[in-house]
Design a protein around this ligand. Sequence first.
Ligand code: 16G
Ligand code: MG
Length: 545
Amino acid sequence: MALFEEVSKKSALHPKPAGLLLNYGTSGFRTVAEQLDHVMFRMGLLAVLRSKKTKATIGVMVTASHNPEEDNGIKLVDPMGEMVTPTWEEYAMQVANAEQEALLTVLGDIMKREAIDINQGAAVFIGRDTRPSSESLSQAVLDGILSFAGHAHDYGVLTTPQLHFMVRCENTQSRYGNPTTEGYYQKLSQAFVQLVKHAPNRTDDQKHLLVDGANGVGALKLRDMEPFLQKELQISLFNKGTGGKLNFQCGADYVKVQQGPPLGVEMLVGQRCCSFDGDADRIVYYYSDSEGRFHLLDGDKIATLISTFLKKLVTQAGLDLQIGVVQTAYANGSSTRYLENNMKVTVRCVETGVKHLHHAAQEFDIGVYFEANGHGTVLFSESAVVKIQQLAMDSSTSDEKKSAAQILENTVNVTNQAVGDAISDMLLVEAVLAVQGLSLQQWDAMYVDLPNRQRKVKVADKSVITTTDAERRALSPAGLQDAVDALVKQYPLSRAFVRPSGTEDTIRVYAEADTQENTDSLAHGVCMAVYRLAGGVGEEPQPLC
Ligand code: 16G
Ligand code: MG
């Protein structure tokens, strides 16, 4: 077939290094950029097949998010802007790892298994981050799409959530918004401006926000968006990518892991600050108090703020909508207790990775999901949106109910429901604080985080550790969970778990307890248990001094 001849010819220009095997991981392929050219080309091919299968536009994003600048990666986006479905992650690995001569057979097998009609049209949207390697790698994706006779739209540099947004807009025939950057800015800004009308007396200080752009694409896009915000948010942008290196000592991941401020942000006491990650799908907030102490308001605090706000509005509006919060094992124990005991909302815990949270959140009328690391959003079911819209327009209802419904309606519109989005989450947090007249300090005081620590242990084979109960308990190797349980018993309010990383070749350890000293001691004990029982390699884990 002529089509396959073209694929074969072009794939020779994007050869796979023999023997190289890559894993799709938690959210796409990710490794040093030099190893990715063939993967990009082949994901272009796979995106064409996925598009034919779903009869919809598919997205391809070239990014390695918060990883170092030298890395890159790629992920596929399904028609409603969500992560590609797990069966196709499996196909992605088969296609990426096929040796050169086996590629056509692997593609043919997928087509047979999925009963794909080769004559069906295909359309793919491409976006990329600002890494130096991203331009040529996205060109390889384009080559793949075109060689398989797919139609491609290359948006160039976009944040990851913008690409997800474009795909969702396109496949809802623009009901979700217009699939352009302008459409994105307009939809979110309009909703934000409407929301802050409910907080008429904001001072310039209250409108002022410091943003660390991680020297990545989020900084660029935020600058583009500013005029749409009509001065309702006054942004001082740091780490905008003009001098510093991407994600280097800055960005959401750095701030969360270090539990300290990023380099390059000039913070004054009490000032509201936030950090994006390298592709702007994560955000964390923070400030420093008058004693110079750093306060982090992470994904758990954001989820609490938003769900509290939504619950209040839903009650005020008299709507019967179930609100749920989805977290992972990394959620601080204090946040879970606060949500369950004080807020009385349903909390669910799922495995790490956005796709798991997203999926679980779809089971509620309003599902708020956040990872502690700052990745998350709110999902509103279609019927919830209809109920909210009807009430917002209902002339026979009370003013109080109507106003609550209108605020809810704008909250729906400011939210990027396709995927967690630093820009959208930032606008949502800013609006929630403004509408409720809450300061950052008041938000922070909703509950006090338990001290916590994340560590890594290198082992010969990370797959020896398997987990259950949303990664909170280890099933293997034998004796590991018993050892963790015995350690946890020694400290008040403590919790710990171990899991193999889905993005790095390492084991992750998490611990929390009543004091930082106890937390660190617990974390060290767990690291030692992993090292001894799960085949640790290299130097023994050292206690933190
Ligand atoms: C990826 C995930 C993130 C998760 C992280 C865990 C997406 C878009 N991103 O970055 O949600 O927290 O992996 O990494 O799903 P780990 O498995 O190495 O701990
Ligand atoms: Mg990211």
